[in-house]
Design a protein around this ligand. Structure first.
Ligand code: PLP
Length: 224
């Protein structure tokens, strides 16, 4: 199946309120252009410098999303133009994004990444930590970031019940924060969850953004 056919099939499956982020990490510019020509406008990358060089090479109306772990010293490469950072996994990173936002005179849209999987290697706040952050950080001093929601990754497993449970735990925190964040500038509008292997479960649990690579572009080079 071509990139265009994959995109058409996915668009038919996704509910109207769910955005499709085409994860183009490791894909050459030509492949991304192919998806662009098929109407795709939102792309996600997991390395700051790769994201910045693709931004330079491709049409200016693309929305670039950062979806992977971001080191504080790399924020500067994407700060001038990035549309959404899904992977804010520490207060330290949030503060650096705020500093870079100030430098470029913009408020950078961000999601807080929450650790919901069993695996220990994945980055993110715990459910308790994210609630703590939203309700007690000094948001007035963080006025060059805009928190727009939460992101999470489920455990890589064939156990659908477990994946569903993990997505549900994130959606319940999202709903809880919708009300407890009312007194802060934090907004809870986007719930980024679901990858090629589990997006149907994520959508059923209320995802508003699915991040799909393999389902659009086919298998990646695993050594990247
Ligand atoms: C690579 C990646 C994806 C997409 O993975 P696929 O299984 O190819 O759909 C989604 N989210 C993050 C954070 C990723 O790093």
């Amino acid at each position: 199946m071509s990139v265009q056919e994959n995109l058409e099939g996915l668009r038919q499956q996704l509910p109207a309120g769910c955005k499709l982020i085409a994860v183009s990490k490791t894909q050459p510019v030509e492949k991304i252009q192919e998806a662009y020509n098929a109407g795709q406008r939102i792309f996600g990358e997991n390395r700051a410098q790769e994201l910045a060089s693709k931004y330079e090479a491709l049409p200016p109306d693309i929305e670039w999303h950062m979806i992977g772990h971001l080191q504080t010293n790399k924020v500067k490469y994407i700060a001038p133009f990035v549309s959404l950072i899904h992977s804010i996994d520490s207060v330290k990173l949030l503060e650096e994004v705020n500093r870079q936002g100030k430098r470029f005179n913009r408020a950078i849209p961000c999601l807080l990444q929450v650790h919901i999987a069993e695996e220990e290697t994945k980055f993110g706040f715990s459910l308790d930590e994210v609630e703590q952050a939203v309700t007690s950080l000094d948001w007035n001093s963080l006025d060059n970031v805009v928190i727009r929601g939460l992101m999470g990754m489920a455990t890589l497993t064939d156990n659908a019940d477990q994946v569903r449970r993990e997505f549900r735990s994130l959606r319940m925190m999202f709903e809880k924060l919708c009300s407890s964040a009312l007194a802060t500038p934090v907004r809870m509008e986007e719930l980024s969850m679901g990858m090629s292997g589990d997006y149907q479960l994520a959508v059923a649990e209320g995802s508003t953004m699915v991040r799909l690579g393999t389902a659009i572009f086919g298998e990646r080079n695993i050594h990247h």
